[in-house]
Each structure stands twice: as structure tokens, then as C-alpha cells.
Design a protein. Structure first.
Length: 286
């Protein structure tokens, strides 16, 4: 029988440092398991924390807060307040008066705590809308914006001067300290006829209350017309109301409800006003 002889090839058995040509199934599984373990360790240590960070809710103290209104510089906020409270005139006249139409229960007691609350009504000139609701946003905005609003606000009364004292009872200490201008109307004290002592006392108390305003800068003395200022002697005006204005150590200015005179008439009224209040300084005439 024919038998073909093939050349024999020597196969070297690899030592421990040589990579084997074939793996047994158990060795292959062992190697793959080691690699998967290595990948799992790397994944858990590097990739997994980054992935979880995307879904994890950041604690409040670590959250990045987007800059809101209070995040703006104070100079910009001040400009915004000035724009919000701007009007077409130089000043805003806020008139406070007792509302006589308000119903009040009859009481027979002298206890102050049981007396009915004084009802006040307010009018604003000019009657333009103001963003006063801005003051109710939060405490910081209130303390920043209110001085801007009050800088151009004149507080006044049209009938009973003591209404200003009731107004003070309704304002916070911070608001009272930021009142810059007050308008007083001594019209009820200029009558040639007899006036009650109670009215003179109320005027005296009012001047003392106004003088006690810590932030007051200017007081406007209002007359209904130039004739009210010119009638009577200087001593008459001093005795009725002007001498109590000496308690108020701020600039006093003259203003009329209606004035249709010339520039000379205005200057004459200014001079008359200076004599009455005994002020040698400059005053404003409107």
C-alpha cells in the first residue's frame, strides 16, 4: 500500500511568556471576565458620576441663581425707581383730609382705645398713575424705592391742618423719616372775625409736629390767592400763625392756589412773605 510521506513540522510548545494560539473555553471566559471587571471599575469611577450628576437634583445652597432685579447694581436700580415714579411735573402733591362722609359709631367713653378711628381720604395732584405697588414687592425694594418717591412728594391738607397729624399715625417710622416736603395752609386762621382758641392750639401743635420730622427739607406755605397774603398787617399774620412757623427750622416757600399776576406782583408777594415769616433768605414764589 502506497503511503505518502509528508514533511514533518516541529511545533514548539510556548512557554509561559508566549501568547497561546488557542484558548480553552474556560480560559477565554476568565479573560473576558477580567476585562469586563476592568471596564466596570473605570466606568464606575469616571463615567458613572458624570452621568448621575446630570440627573441629580442640586441642593438649594449649590444652585446657581440667575441674577434678578436685586442682582442689578444699586445705581441702575435707583434709575429704575426714578423712572417708575417720574411725572410730568416737578412735584406730586398728596392731600390728606378727614373723610366726613365716613360713618362713625357713637361712643360715650373717653377711653382713647375705644374711640373710632379717624378716616382719611387722599388725593394726588397730578392725578397720574404711579407704580406705588412697587413698594410692596419686598422689604429691600421698599427701603430703596420709598425715599425716591418721597423726594418729590409734598404732603398737604386742604381743610383741616390737623389731618397731617393723623397721617403720621398711619406711616411707618421709616416713611416718616423720609418726608422731605410739607405744605401748610393757614387759610382758616386768616379770618378777620373771631377764631376759636382750639384752632390756634391745633395750629401750634401742627407746627411742632412738622418741626419734629427728622428728614424735612422744605415747607410750603399755601394761600388761596395773593389777596389773602396782602390783607391785614404783618403783625396780624405774625400773631395768627406765622410766629409758630419759627419752630420749623427749614426753608419756607410761598405758593398760591391761583396766581394770575405779573412778575412784579409775584416779587411783591415774595417780599411781603419774607416780612411775615421774618426770613431774610431767598424764597420761592409760585
Amino acid at each position: 500500500m502506497f503511503q505518502e510521506n509528508f514533511p514533518t513540522h516541529r511545533v514548539n510548545i510556548p512557554n509561559s511568556n508566549t501568547v497561546p494560539l488557542f484558548y480553552s473555553s474556560s480560559a477565554l471566559l476568565h479573560t473576558m471576565k477580567n476585562k469586563l471587571t476592568t471596564y466596570d471599575i473605570k466606568f464606575r469611577s469616571k463615567a458613572l458620576p458624570k452621568i448621575l450628576k446630570l440627573f441629580r437634583q442640586t441642593p438649594k445652597h449649590e444652585r446657581a441663581v440667575s441674577p434678578g432685579f436685586l442682582g442689578l447694581p444699586s445705581e441702575i436700580r435707583l434709575l429704575i425707581y426714578q423712572f417708575a415714579f417720574s411725572t410730568t411735573c416737578d412735584h406730586i402733591l398728596v392731600t390728606a383730609d378727614r373723610d366726613r362722609r365716613a360713618s362713625r359709631p357713637i361712643t360715650n367713653t373717653d377711653d382713647i382705645n375705644e374711640r373710632p378711628t379717624r378716616e382719611l381720604r387722599y388725593t394726588r395732584t397730578p392725578s397720574v398713575p404711579l407704580l406705588a405697588a412697587l413698594l410692596q414687592t419686598n422689604k429691600q425694594i421698599y427701603r430703596e424705592a420709598l425715599p425716591v418717591l418721597y423726594a418729590n412728594t409734598i404732603f398737604s391738607t386742604s381743610s383741616n391742618p390737623t389731618s397731617l397729624m393723623y397721617l403720621k399715625d398711619r406711616l411707618s417710622e421709616f416713611a416718616i423719616s423720609n418726608i422731605r416736603q410739607v405744605q401748610l395752609c393757614p387759610t382758616s386762621l386768616l379770618s378777620e372775625s373771631f377764631i376759636r382758641e382750639r384752632e390756634l392750639l391745633s395750629w401750634t401743635v401742627l407746627c411742632a409736629e412738622v418741626a419734629d420730622l427728622p428728614g424735612l427739607r422744605q415747607v410750603w406755605i399755601s394761600y388761596s390767592s395773593p389777596e389773602m397774603l396782602k390783607n391785614g398787617t404783618v403783625e396780624f399774620h405774625r400773631g395768627r400763625y406765622a410766629k409758630w412757623l419759627d419752630l420749623i427750622q427749614v426753608k419756607k416757600s410761598l405758593v398760591f392756589d391761583v396766581f394770575e399776576g405779573s412778575a412784579d406782583d409775584r416779587e411783591e408777594c415774595r417780599e411781603r412773605f419774607r416780612e411775615i415769616i421774618q426770613d431774610a433768605g431767598d424764597t420761592l414764589g409760585v
